[in-house]
Write a new protein. Structure first.
Lengths: 456, 639
């Protein structure tokens, strides 16, 4: 076959495809699906996705949070560029444009300033975004660097997900076992079969039953919890368990025996700040009201919990495209906040909203339409409840920022989770934001009252 | 960036990829001028007895050389200078080798060529590896320094290029191997040196295979430079088929699986259950194949349209019944290269000499240095090597009586070295060494297994399975559980065949077919598990690559061996039904009999041209439905 014929063939194919570009209007309905085909303009013009150069992206990412707080309205406008399709009807939310919500951390700052050698505890609850001690680790490091304190804080009896901070191994009657082979574990955020009816979960939302009649015997449990290299050593062990559980320590190992509930272990110091990482995989954050009020109240009081960080909302996004459902979830979260406050009246509460999250439609990555909506609702809820709010979504750069994070290796390919480097960056940002609020505390305290009037 | 800038200006963010429209626009333009050149040559009086004049061929070669250089510039920018340097240097040296006859002088020129070529490869690919190793060994704090960037800054102004990082030029591993094959072939007088440097440059840089192979040996390609354009009607149809086949493999199979499952699981294995991790691992095996073979299918098709024939690079590798067969079917051009220029010079199955001892010692030394297990590695290695040396001397005295045993030893040692160095060719990090090593060991074990009688086979696998079960029970580590389960599965298969052998004595057609299927599944599983170490996020900084690859492999093994979660399997299969369907379809197509594939290829190529145009358009529309937003680079570009 002669080359000119090959050339004609190539030209014929290109002509046909170009004709298709003219004939097909971008998408053609085909049953329930759509047939995609680009227009000629899509093919020839290089797309400018508005993301700018990598330098600009980094600038966006590290934009100071203070600026972002002031930019609520402009960012809300920016959000509208995201959902090209589908376009659910999203009700408008009246978002205030005034406040620096760190004012609601005033009690926590007070506690830090007047610790007088007391230990102060910070609990960081969250979904899979904080697994492996992500984000909590940076918050811990920064707070402990400034106010003292050592140790990783609370640990479950059996480590089902590795942590970057402590490596745990479990032994039963001198035989190394996997967590699944250990004492029966109940999770408040687990499937039905793993839940309890009496709400006795402990502050971590989980409990391990030693010598539970439902499972194999667990007469003697040994948990080795080794802090990973480079971490300052903790100075004391604590075991949160029924009084029927006997325990002793040797180095990084704790020995337990008896029959009863083990709510958690803790490697900590007797002074300074202890930051506990409490990940709840797949959890919407609507579980706290299922946990025994008395148990929580006692722990929060006895352990001097002065700040509770709640980082939820992300798990509601992928399966809910309906604004009504999102409103319902936020309403449920409001209940959780109130419940926590009742259990821990002395503690400040900080809510961290979901990060930007991507979904793929017709091969294109988009921010889930409900992310900005949920972020605004959460912020509104937080301010109405007088708790601090950190918008991870806005701090990242708003709609589409997760795609940029992916490009520079900060986020995973699922468009939802951070890579370790991304989690480190986010954790540092949250910690800095908390700490810088304390510096500004003196100047702003007077505004708290007036601010609360502004909030709807 | 405008349409024309996209095609003609260098932008590292938008190289010319086979999967993008811009490449095909570029190719159409290139082909238009190509057709003009060839049309003139066909119509000219210079065509005598079917032979096109050398002038026309030369013009075609020069034209395609510059097109190829432009293509490389679009992909790698100023690294084009490295390609040009290698071209000039090896062309000159090959000329000196020819002029020097067969003596030491020729050998010295060959050595010089290899030193320059491998030196450049080592500089760009292994600088981080060596720097890290030296730092680990001596506690120093050296950092890499890019001398080329430093020199470049001298011309372009300070700060134009970063001297703190060394960037790997795309495709350097492929074209370096090509030029080595050229000088070696000239030295061994398998080919005559190319007289015209531009023709030689064309051989080195031919754009369809420049950045990811197939690695074309000089003796296969250079004769084609002097042959007239020849493309039969059927060959044209086959070429179009290969291009479509490659695009479908890459976009429908590879990218779809990667974006919708594999990348997510490998990014964070702990978020997924053991079953999901296992499925993603198998899917990754298919992805790598679809990705790489998709690229070479397109390269072969594009080259054929211009009248050049590239060697086959894949032959349904997952149909292999043993690791050895797998490596004969996978990345065949690299396998042939390693066999010709490494395995055979080492002695093949005929001897072991200085090269064998040297490379084994070096591998042991590097392993000890990287792990810090000096005593645990070097002492057993020393004992092993001493044993090999003594055994070899002793058996050599027996002459031909021991030839079979010696052949087995020689072949195993030399093929192990070849596999490890083949692994190292892919990347300068620990995980690639492990990957190559596991493949080497797999080949050795399989060879020994085949030589065993049924009694010994059954006894061996029984002992191994029992040992692994004990290890699993005592340590309770997921890795041991994984090995124990796998061994138990092999034990069941072996037991069935053993009992059958005891009762019947020989295989019938049915049991042979079952045996073949069993061997294929086991080989696929073995190769899939080696991929745990193959997938690395970085090819440059071994520290990062090792950490990421090791953590990923460890977490995946932990999940597969420790967090299986049967309850989640139905949910997973339903939620990921399209991914599962794609994987199953991919494997079924892969395992179709070769004759069937040949038939539908021929049927496609025999279509009338008008029908072929329609078929191509329909195929492209279908493929387009699977295009993802992000550019998914070909996996083998990083090598």
């Amino acid at each position: 076959m002669r080359p000119y014929k090959v050339l004609l063939f190539i030209a014929a194919v290109m002509a046909c495809l170009a004709a298709l570009c003219e004939v097909l209007p971008g998408r053609v309905a085909w049953g329930e699906k759509e047939l995609r085909w680009p227009t000629l303009a899509d093919v020839i013009e290089t797309k400018d996705n508005g993301q700018g150069t990598m330098d600009n992206l980094v600038d966006t990412i590290i934009e100071p949070i203070d600026t972002i707080v002031e930019l609520t309205d402009t960012i809300a406008a920016k959000d509208t560029i995201v959902p090209e399709k589908p376009k659910p009807v999203i009700p408008k939310v009246a978002v205030d444009s005034v406040t620096d919500s760190r004012l609601f951390l005033a009690a926590f700052y007070e506690a830090l300033d007047h610790a007088d050698g007391q230990m102060i505890r910070v609990l960081h609850y969250g979904d899979s975004q904080i697994e492996e001690d992500r984000m909590s680790q940076q918050i811990r490091e920064k707070l402990q660097a400034q106010y003292g304190g050592r140790g990783a804080g609370l640990l479950p009896l059996a480590q089902t997900i590795p942590s970057r901070t402590v490596r745990q191994e479990l032994w039963m009657n001198d035989r190394k076992i996997t967590p699944a082979q250990g004492p029966r574990r109940y999770l408040v955020y687990g499937p039905k079969r793993d839940q309890r009816t009496d709400g006795m979960y402990g502050v971590m939302g989980q409990v391990a039953m030693m010598n539970d009649s439902l499972v194999k015997g667990s007469e003697a449990i040994t948990a080795a919890c080794t802090p990973l290299d480079g971490r300052p050593r903790y100075t004391q062990w604590k075991v949160f368990a029924d009084t029927s559980i006997h325990y002793s320590f040797a180095g990084d190992t704790v020995y337990l025996s008896g029959k009863g509930k083990v709510y958690g272990l803790s490697q900590q110091s007797s002074t300074g700040v202890i930051v506990d990482n409490i990940p709840m995989r797949g959890c919407l954050g609507l579980v706290f009201t299922k946990m025994d009020r008395e148990l929580l109240t006692r722990f929060y009081r006895e352990q001097n919990v002065r700040l509770i960080i709640m980082q939820f909302g992300g798990n509601a996004i992928p399966s809910n495209q309906n604004p009504g459902t999102i409103q319902g979830i936020v309403k449920g979260l409001r209940e959780q906040v109130r419940y926590i406050r009742e259990c821990a009246p002395d503690a400040s509460i900080l809510f961290i909203g979901p990060s930007d999250m991507l979904t793929q439609t017709d091969g294109e990555w988009h921010t889930y339409p409900m992310v900005p909506y949920m972020d605004r609702l959460l912020r509104k809820m937080a301010l109405e409840e007088n708790i601090a709010y950190f918008s991870l979504y806005r701090w990242m750069g708003g709609a589409g920022s997760m795609a940029r994070w992916q490009e520079i290796g900060l986020a995973g390919s699922d468009g939802v989770h951070f890579m370790r480097s991304g989690a480190r960056k986010a954790g540092n940002a949250v910690a800095d934001w908390i700490l810088s609020g304390r510096t500004a505390k003196g100047e702003q305290t007077d505004e708290v009252n007036s601010e609360s009037e502004v909030v709807e | 960036m405008s349409f024309w800038e996209h095609i003609f200006a260098f932008n590292e963010e938008s190289p010319l990829l086979f999967t993008q429209f811009y490449f095909w626009a570029f190719f159409a333009l290139v082909y238009a001028l190509f057709a003009l050149i060839m049309a003139k040559s066909e119509g000219s009086k210079a065509k005598v007895d079917g032979q096109v004049s050398n002038g026309r061929l030369h013009l075609r070669n020069v034209y395609l050389l510059f097109v190829s250089w432009f293509f490389y510039y679009k992909t790698s920018g100023l690294f084009l200078l490295i390609l040009a340097f290698i071209t000039i240097s090896d062309w000159l040296i090959a000329g000196r080798i020819k002029a020097s006859g067969e003596g030491r002088k020729a050998k010295a020129w060959l050595c010089l060529s290899v030193v320059i070529d491998l030196g450049l490869l080592a500089y760009f690919k292994y600088a981080y590896f060596f720097t890290n190793m030296v730092n680990d060994l001596f506690g120093t704090g050296f950092r890499v320094f890019d001398i080329f960037a430093y020199v470049g800054n001298g011309f372009a102004g300070a700060g134009r290029f970063s001297v703190d990082t060394i960037i790997l030029p795309v495709g350097i591993s492929f074209y370096i191997f090509q030029v080595i094959s050229y000088t070696a072939d000239v030295f061994h007088r398998r080919i005559q040196p190319v007289k015209n440097i531009l023709d030689f440059g064309f051989y080195v840089s031919f754009f369809p295979q420049l950045v990811a192979g197939p690695i074309v040996r000089a003796e296969e390609f250079i004769p084609q430079l002097y042959k007239p354009f020849r493309l039969s009607r059927r060959a044209f149809g086959i070429a179009v088929f290969w291009i479509l086949n490659g695009l479908a493999k890459k976009i429908i199979m590879s990218d779809y699986l990667a974006v919708n499952l594999i990348d997510r699981v490998f990014d964070n294995p702990l978020l997924f259950s053991g079953f999901e991790n296992l499925f993603a691992l198998f899917a990754y095996s298919l992805q790598v194949y679809a990705d790489f073979s998709g690229y070479t299918d397109i390269a072969i098709g594009v080259a054929m349209l211009m009248g050049f024939y590239l060697p086959m690079n894949f032959n349904s590798p997952y149909k292999s019944q043993s690791p050895q067969e797998f490596w004969r079917r996978w990345h065949m051009s690299l396998g042939r290269w390693l066999k010709t220029y490494l395995y055979i010079p080492l002695g093949g199955n005929r001897q072991i000499g200085f090269g064998t001892y040297f490379w084994l010692s070096l591998i042991a030394f590097v392993s000890a240095a990287l792990t810090g297990w000096w005593v645990w590695i070097l002492v057993p290695f020393g004992v092993f090597m001493a044993g090999v040396f003594v055994w070899n001397k002793w058996m050599s005295r027996k002459g031909d009586a021991s030839i079979e045993s010696r052949k087995l030893l020689y072949a195993n040692l030399n093929s192990f070295i070849t596999q490890v160095l083949g692994g190292l060719w892919h990347g300068a990090s620990w995980n690639f060494i492990i990957w190559g090593g596991i493949n080497g060991i797999g080949m050795i074990v399989e060879k020994i297994w085949r030589k065993m009688g049924w009694h010994v086979r059954f006894a061996s696998i029984t002992i191994l399975t029992a040992g692994l079960c004990v290890a699993d029970y005592t340590t309770n580590l997921p890795a041991w559980r994984l090995f124990a389960v796998w061994a138990a599965i092999i034990w069941v298969g072996t037991a069935i065949r053993y009992v059958y052998w005891l009762c019947e004595g020989s295989d019938n057609r049915f049991t042979k077919a079952m045996g073949t299927a069993w061997a294929i599944v086991q080989t696929f599983t073995f190769i899939t598990f080696t991929r745990l170490f193959f997938r690395s996020s970085s090819n440059l900084d071994p520290e990062t690559a090792n950490e990421v690859a090791w953590a990923t492999a460890k977490n995946m093994v932990n999940q597969i061996g420790g967090a299986w979660s049967n309850a989640i399997i139905p949910d997973f299969l339903w939620e990921y039904r399209w991914v599962v369907a794609m994987f199953v379809a991919g494997m079924v197509i892969h395992w179709l009999p070769t004759n069937w594939k040949r038939r539908y290829r021929l049927a496609f190529s025999a279509m009338p041209l008008w029908l072929m145009v329609i078929a191509v358009c329909v195929a492209i529309v279908v493929i387009y439905q699977f295009v993802t937003a992000d550019m998914q680079p070909f996996i083998y570009f990083q090598f």
